[in-house]
Write a protein that binds this ligand. Structure first.
Ligand code: 5GP
Ligand code: ZN
Length: 114
């Protein structure tokens, strides 16, 4: 096992509020939510960041979007729209280097870079 926080969450070594799990993907609630719904969607395979996605591992990324579409269809809070964000690297504020997709819903969001 590596020292990655999100790999430890997938393994159950660190507790989390699980929303969804299948053989390739794990979805859990962000510990510091910035919206009424703030979930993190992660591949079970450790990929550090967007720039590490390649033709050998990219199938899980399309699967992640299938899972997001399924979860959106199942939860009322998504019906008027939602947002998916993946921060990559220091300037974007990435703090955990296991690729993740923030899924935000349940509010109307502004748009700015600050
Ligand atoms: P990033 O800043 O890398 O885009 O996003 C990392 C996210 O992970 C942050 O929104 C942060 O709140 C969340 N996070 C960090 N540590 C934990 C943890 O131990 N458990 C959960 N559920 N979320 C975490
Ligand atoms: Zn990891």
């Amino acid at each position: 096992m590596n020292d990655c926080l999100f790999c430890k969450i997938i393994a159950g070594e660190i507790p989390s509020t699980k929303i969804y799990e299948d053989d390739k993907v794990f979805v859990f609630a962000d510990i510091n939510p910035i919206a009424p719904i703030h979930w993190l969607v992660i591949p079970k395979q450790h990929i550090a960041k967007i720039t590490d996605v390649n033709e050998d591992n990219s199938a899980v990324i399309s699967h992640i979007y299938e899972v997001i579409a399924k979860l959106a269809a199942e939860h009322d809070e998504f019906k008027d729209g939602f947002r998916v964000i993946s921060n990559c690297g220091e300037n974007a504020g990435q703090t955990v280097f296991h690729i993740h997709f923030h899924v935000l819903a349940g509010a109307k969001f502004g748009w700015s870079v600050d």
